[in-house]
Write a new protein. Structure first.
Length: 295
């Protein structure tokens, strides 16, 4: 008598299996951090820094930021970090040095530049993750926007990543497209139709790409330029937010897309007081562009 076929694990199950295996082999090297909240004008920002008990982790952070320009960890990706195929052109790969658990990278199989325009296939791959598991998808469009690698990769973190309070900010204050008036930096938000997430991934990807193009048009950004101007993209099942960038850092505090979701990382604990003095909202506005209030 044959045994019934075993159900294929869902993506979260595959992520957890890959994490367990990669931890056993030492391929996955989580960065241990400490965390505090910094309050600013009614908003709480999660600020992480490398634990004082984890000097090895501090060395890992330095190693990541000082990689040679021609080093590409995604061509090919490490097999023990590879979770699943996401369509014909993309792979789901674990972040080798995660700060947030289950942090997933969605990489192109062949080299494409991080400054190349996002296309329907990129959004379709992201849709394969988000239509079932929600969470936050994000993209750092170039080094000025916080990208640490030149090979195109979207990113995803689950809904239990501690960013829930900011996920509601990715929809416009009113209407289908517009600004969230609570945010001081220049941006545009697009409300997403829930029906997108029950359609086939390629159809959902086309809808997400169209929403991205609408946001670019509203900000006078060319959505198909190669290279694209620097920007950050944040995406939930409810809406997306596009943020043009002006610089990578202020006072040696670097910002990527997660900063606009309320999550900041500093290399040293003494930078926390500097961050408090600047203010997280002012920090984000200074690396983005100041929003001009309309009459």
């Amino acid at each position: 008598m044959t045994s019934p076929p075993t159900a294929k694990p869902d993506l979260l199950g595959l992520i957890d299996q890959t994490i367990a295996s990669a931890l056993d082999t030492g391929t996955l090297q989580p960065i241990r951090t400490e965390q505090t909240l910094v309050h600013d004008d009614g908003s709480d920002f999660s600020v992480r820094w490398v634990s004082s008990l984890a000097r090895k982790d501090a060395a890992r952070v330095d190693a990541v930021t000082r990689r040679t320009p021609d080093f590409n960890p995604f061509l090919p990706p490490e097999p023990s970090l590879t979770v699943a195929e996401l369509g014909a052109g993309h792979l789901a790969v674990l972040n080798k040095y995660p700060v947030i658990e289950r942090h997933l990278l969605i990489i192109t199989r062949q080299f494409e530049a991080q400054t190349a325009p996002l296309n329907v296939a990129d959004f379709s791959a992201l849709a394969l993750v988000m239509r079932t598991h929600g969470g936050l998808g994000f993209y750092n469009g170039g080094a000025i926007a916080g990208a640490s690698q030149p090979h195109k990769h979207l990113q995803w973190v689950p809904s239990d990543s501690g960013l829930q309070s900011f996920m509601t900010s990715l929809s416009p204050t009113s209407g289908e497209l517009g600004e969230n008036l609570a945010l001081p930096w220049r941006h545009i938000c697009v409300r997403l139709d829930e029906a997108c997430w029950v359609s086939p991934a390629e159809h959902c990807g086309a809808q997400l790409h169209a929403a991205f193009a609408r946001a670019c048009t509203a900000l006078d950004l060319p959505s198909a330029a190669d290279p694209m101007p620097a920007y950050n993209l944040l995406l939930t099942r409810d809406g997306l937010m596009l943020v043009p960038r002006s610089r990578e850092k202020r006072e040696d505090i670097s910002v990527n897309a997660l900063g606009f979701a309320g999550s900041l990382f500093v290399r040293r604990p003494e930078q926390i007081e500097l961050l408090r003095a600047i203010g997280p909202l002012a920090l984000l506005t200074s690396v983005a562009q100041e929003r001009v209030a309309t009459a």
